[in-house]
Design a protein around this ligand. Structure first.
Ligand SMILES: *Cc1c(COP(=O)(O)O)cnc(C)c1O
Length: 228
């Protein structure tokens, strides 16, 4: 990856924000969207360029990389979400350090987060990851399973379900986003704490905003292309 300069990150963010504003306007939305900077492979000093521009929510994919970088992030970072596949044996390393685990893809993982959160005497915010395009290679709950999973989560005293996240198949992101929005509205009916619909990445965030995303997760649109 060729590292972007401070000016390049500033310019990229200006473009992203203009595009988000336009998408909000086009869809008649009067609320706002939270912009997450996805940090994978990006050195902390470059992540901090985005923080200096007012992006205070970071998204972390890899436990090891996060633990190596976190001390170097700007104190202006206000929230960190874990968004990568999380093995149950790694929950203990991040439980006190992230504000939300977005990539909760199994009940087994819920059980382990409950166990660790209980040890740390804290309530952990989570999102359920939905395998919305039904891809065998991807993890996450099928959309038919989401309501039952949400119910099951409500029995865990140290978990607070805040909403849903997805990574749809590229060719069908519009349909996937519409379905996600429907599921989100359905869950909201029975649970007033649900307020987060995390969907949209660099290639499809404008569509996600038009479909109702409350959080968009951007890596390459801010920091440039990754090699991996
Ligand atoms: C890498 C990643 C992103 C950001 O991807 P870009 O296409 O670079 O914006 C968003 N969400 C998740 C879960 C990711 O792993």
């Amino acid at each position: 990856m060729t590292q972007r300069s401070k000016e390049e990150v500033q310019t990229a963010l200006r473009t992203v924000r203009e595009n988000v504003s336009r998408a909000l306007e086009e869809s008649g939305r009067s609320d706002t969207v939270k912009l997450m900077a996805v940090t994978k492979t990006v050195p902390p000093e470059i992540v901090n360029y985005a923080v200096a521009e007012g992006v205070t929510l970071l998204g972390e994919n890899r436990v090891q990389e996060f633990l190596e970088k976190e001390a170097q992030y700007s104190p202006d970072v206000s929230e960190i979400h874990f968004i990568g596949h999380l093995q149950t044996n790694k929950v203990k390393y991040i439980i006190g350090k992230v504000n939300c685990i977005e990539s909760v893809d199994s009940m087994r993982l819920c059980e382990e987060i409950e166990r660790q959160a209980s040890i740390h005497d804290r309530i952990m915010d989570i999102l359920l990851e939905v395998n919305i395009s039904n891809e065998p290679s991807k993890s996450g709950f099928l959309k038919e399973e989401v309501c039952e999973a949400a119910q099951a989560v409500s029995a865990f005293r140290h978990l607070r379900l805040k909403g849903l996240m997805c990574i749809p198949a590229k060719e069908e992101s519009h349909d996937a986003f519409v379905q996600m929005k429907q599921l989100f509205e359905e869950l909201k009916k029975t649970n007033p704490e649900i307020d987060t619909l995390s969907m949209g990445m660099s290639g499809d965030y404008e569509e996600a905003v038009r479909c109702g995303a409350t959080v968009i997760r951007l890596g390459s649109a801010i920091f440039g292309k990754r090699n991996i």
